[in-house]
Design a protein around this ligand. Structure first.
Ligand code: NDP
Length: 288
């Protein structure tokens, strides 16, 4: 069924969000600091609100998507938000999300925080994953409307969760990409091009990914029996990796980081346990 939705912030992402609501048949009010960016949406049937306050009052839910949290504060510093429902899809960290939730809630708004794990081109398709956190009742009230944006998920009542999942997800992305680039640099020394190595790298990444749920059980139980391999066995392979990189004349920084973490864990007495025991190194600040 049709719901009135406002989108505040019509950059690359905001325009895509507003377009998806229009495509799904929702009444769409839009506002942007630079009004010209609304022209395409207005041509498709969106209404350009003269002020942020007007957009808020016209809509059952208002989506915010601007550069950063300071821009959100600047925009809403003087607006009456009492009785409104806001979903902030602006990227930021978990402390900003929690502070901003308090800031809006003290002024009478219902506030959900979210994170967009997608590029504008995929918004409106199932490939766009959008994470939400905050009061569950408020999410449930708008879940059907939000489905217009892609695959929506609810993470919990803590407003900081969407931002935390966002950065944790990016850690996965950069780790896989960096590991692949490392392997590609190595293989190229033997005349193997990136496209030839890529399917093998993809198979490795996908295979390792299947280990995660089982390893997570070890982490959650705090017990790391070496069922597959002991950490000291991994550390010996890491030494080979470093030697190989140095012999080939490619960057060995990333392999050295892997080994430094493993060596610290072995020094702490965990050499006979399984790889996920390294969580103890990741769970504390790096000293020295
Ligand atoms: P753009 O740079 O394209 O757009 C930024 C938007 O913020 C514009 O509408 C701009 O208004 C507005 N804005 C910035 N500062 C202010 C301010 N002080 N007052 C009012 N409006 C302001 O960025 P995107 O649309 O790409 O990104 C928006 C958010 O979405 C970011 O937090 C980004 O991290 C997140 N995101 C983006 C993704 C992407 O692939 N693009 C992917 C995932 C998340 P004006 O037009 O007037 O300058």
């Amino acid at each position: 069924s049709e719901t009135s939705v406002a989108v505040i912030g019509l950059g690359l992402m905001g325009r895509s969000l507003a377009g998806a609501f229009l495509a799904a048949g929702h009444t769409n009010t839009v506002w942007n600091r630079t009004p010209a960016k609304a022209e395409g949406l207005v041509a498709q049937g969106a209404r350009l609100a003269p002020t942020v306050g007007d957009a808020l009052r016209a809509s059952a839910i208002t989506i915010l998507c601007v550069t950063d949290y300071p821009a959100v504060r600047e925009l809403f510093g003087t607006n009456d938000v009492d009785g409104t429902t806001l979903l902030n899809l602006t990227s930021g960290d978990s402390a900003q999300a929690r502070d901003t939730a308090r800031w809006f809630e003290q002024r009478g708004a219902r506030y959900l925080d979210g994170a967009i794990m997608a590029v504008p081109q995929t918004i409106g398709t199932p490939d766009a994953m959008i994470l939400h956190s905050g009061p569950q009742a408020d999410f449930n009230a708008h879940r059907e409307t939000l489905r217009a944006l892609g695959t929506v998920s609810y993470l919990g009542a803590d407003h900081g969760l969407a931002a935390l999942y966002d950065v944790a997800g990016l850690t996965m992305m950069w780790s896989v990409l960096n590991a692949w680039l490392q392997g590609t640099a190595m293989l190229r020394t033997a005349g193997v091009d990136a496209a030839t190595f890529a399917p093998f790298a993809q198979m490795m990444a996908a295979g390792v990914a299947t280990w995660l749920p089982g390893y997570a059980e070890q982490i959650d139980s705090g017990s790391y029996p070496a069922e597959v391999a002991a950490l000291e066995t991994d550390a010996r392979s890491m030494a080979h990796l470093i030697e190989e990189c140095e012999a080939l004349g490619v960057n060995a920084q990333l392999p050295k980081l892997f080994k430094a973490l493993a060596d610290r864990s072995i020094a702490a007495g965990h050499g006979g346990e399984q790889y996920p025991v390294l969580i103890e190194e990741f769970a504390k600040p790096h000293s020295g």
